[in-house]
Design a protein around this ligand. Structure first.
Ligand code: PMP
Length: 559
């Protein structure tokens, strides 16, 4: 019988109590990082207060205590994934570093020109770029396995791609965009048949399934602690002992040596050979504290709850007007990627943020996958077992209202290449609007209303030369000058409504000004008066900066 209580589980995550009380925040960005388990926070604090010393080398009591707390976690992780020996558990700073380590230490000494590295279409950049780098170092070639209709790695096609030229197969267990378990046991068997080594990116699977590396028979399995309720800055590389033995060290320095002299150095034995320098001691100790969540019985309770949450959310999302999932069928974990018809994904995410719901939008570090879907991004909602059905209901309610509003509203499209496409709205009016909008919800609403002041430019009139670099959603900016008044006129557009609104705010101070006035204007002071920047995500903040920089560059050409 499932005795799992979400209320009880939620209480184990202090940030949820606080955010819920202060701002009613609903956190649906768990695939990016999970919230931290109370015991992780407490153990980390206790370690600094009671056990802090460097590990391995100290000849005193405190160092022995710290080393014991640190090394015991290696044994726990060994048990968690059923590795044969603790020598097979290497601490890294995360999945990304684990993959880089394998690409460099295994790949560089074992791959040669013409060898093939096989990936899938749905890899995270962390499982693409290190291999591309290896390919450029060795002359090896990257091959890609396509996906089936449901977004899983296609086994039939995999058989064609994994040939005797394949030396490494590196694929995800669960994609961070698709949320479906891949048939990795079968894929590993295909790779073994041709003598290739296998690396499984378990970043998204570790928190949702029990992993048995012996049963899988993979050569490497990698994951990050921060996606399993543990600390950031700690990751695991599991590797078969015999392979790790053969591989050269990754980085060089203290800890990874046995003996150093100026005539030469001998390296330490496993696992320390791969752990140069002082490790993230408190991170590892903190990871140890979250492992109690992965006991067989609790994990199966969590999985059962997640599954019901997954079914419920999938059905509810399916009913939202204009919502389209990226792939067919319900995901295996509660991770949903979708678009909403006629709306930019950033606009969906920014709207939800203004309602206190944190989701992710963008390419999710999986640009080749987005290319396949012919999208520049999507919305991703990813849940954890501390999320509730009531939170899902709130998400659906907000999405329904938003989609209904957006899909009934028609924006004017300007087909004339006029001097500018902006109804004049000046700085004072903007300041007035924002001084009356105190909360982010109200400010967001103002930005979206202002977006209506910027009629869309016909697609044919948007030239690639006018694209603003550094803005995550496409934004176009064109300038012309009045030869008599020397005033500059801007034509602006963006796919994202939130960016169009922000463009109106920016242009309210730059439109019809001379180049000298534009360069002299203190835009940062204006933004702080509006109280906007703190609400914008770093990527959107950078996008705004990129637009301002482009305006200043364009103005500089007319000085
Ligand atoms: N692979 C996948 C599938 C991921 O989801 C992530 C994190 N989003 C990574 C790799 C990279 O993990 P990290 O940033 O912890 O190194």
């Amino acid at each position: 019988m499932n005795t799992f209580s979400v209320a009880e589980f939620r209480r184990q995550f202090p940030i949820l109590q606080k955010l819920n009380k202060d701002s009613g925040l609903i956190y649906f960005d768990n695939a990016a990082t999970t919230q931290k388990y109370k015991a992780v926070i407490k153990t980390s604090q206790n370690f600094y207060q009671e056990s802090n010393a460097n590990v391995h080398r100290g000849s005193h009591f405190l160092s022995a205590k710290a080393t014991k707390s640190f090394e015991i976690v290696r044994l726990q992780v060994q048990t968690l994934i059923n590795a044969s020996s603790e020598k097979e558990i290497i601490w890294t700073k995360g999945t990304t570093e684990s993959i880089n380590l394998v690409a460099q230490c295994y790949g560089l000494s074992n791959l040669k020109s013409g060898d093939e590295i096989v990936l899938s279409q749905a890899e995270h950049h962390a499982n693409i770029v290190p291999w591309q780098n290896l390919a450029s170092q060795t002359g090896a070639v990257i091959k890609v396995i396509p996906l089936d209709k449901c977004g899983r790695i296609d086994l039939v096609q995999a058989e064609q791609v994994i040939t005797s030229k394949c030396k490494v197969l590196a694929v995800n267990h669960i994609s961070n965009v698709i949320g479906k378990l891949n048939p990795i046991k079968e894929l590993i068997a295909l790779a073994k048949n041709v003598g290739a080594k296998t690396l499984i990116d378990g970043a998204q699977s570790i928190a949702h399934s029990s992993i048995d590396v012996k049963a899988l028979d993979c050569d490497f399995y990698v994951f990050s602690a921060h996606k399993m309720y543990g600390p950031t800055g700690v990751g695991v590389l599991y590797g078969k002992e015999q392979l790790l033995e053969q591989m050269p060290p990754y980085q060089f320095g203290g800890e990874m040596i046995k003996k150093v002299s100026f005539t030469g150095t001998t390296y330490n034995s496993l696992p320390h050979k791969f752990e140069a320098g002082t490790p993230n001691i408190v991170g590892v100790v903190g990871l140890g504290a979250c492992l109690e969540l992965f006991s067989k019985s609790l994990l199966s309770d969590l999985q059962a709850y997640e599954l019901s949450l997954c079914e419920y959310t999938y059905l509810a999302l399916s009913k939202v007007l204009g919502l389209k999932f990226l792939v067919d069928q319900q995901p295996d974990i509660p991770l949903f990627s979708f678009t909403i018809e006629n709306v930019h994904h950033h606009d969906v995410a920014t709207f939800l943020d203004s309602k206190g719901i944190a989701v992710r939008s963008g390419h999710h570090c999986a640009m080749p996958l987005m290319e396949l879907f012919d999208l520049d991004g999507s919305v991703r909602v990813s849940l954890a077992p501390y999320n509730t059905f009531a939170e899902v209901d709130e998400l659906i309610k907000q999405l329904q209202q938003f989609s209904l509003g957006e899909n009934t509203e028609k924006l004017p499209v300007s087909t004339q290449p006029s001097a500018d496409n902006l109804t004049t709205i000046n700085q004072d009016e903007i300041l007035n609007l924002f001084s009356n909008a105190k909360s982010w919800d109200l400010k967001h609403r103002q930005i979206m209303l202002l977006a209506k002041e910027l009629p869309r430019i016909d697609k044919q009139l948007r030239s690639d030369n006018d694209l603003v670099n550094g803005c995550e959603s496409s934004a176009w900016l064109k300038v012309s000058i009045n030869e008599t008044s020397h005033q500059l006129s801007f034509v602006a557009d963006s796919d994202a409504k939130v960016i169009r609104g922000l463009m109106v705010i920016i242009l309210s101070v730059y439109q019809h000004k001379t180049a000298e006035q534009i360069i002299a204007f203190d835009i940062n002071a204006y933004f702080s008066q509006l109280g906007l920047m703190q609400h914008l995500s770093p990527s959107r903040g950078n996008g705004i900066k990129a637009i301002v920089e482009r305006i200043e560059q364009l103005a500089a050409t007319h000085l």
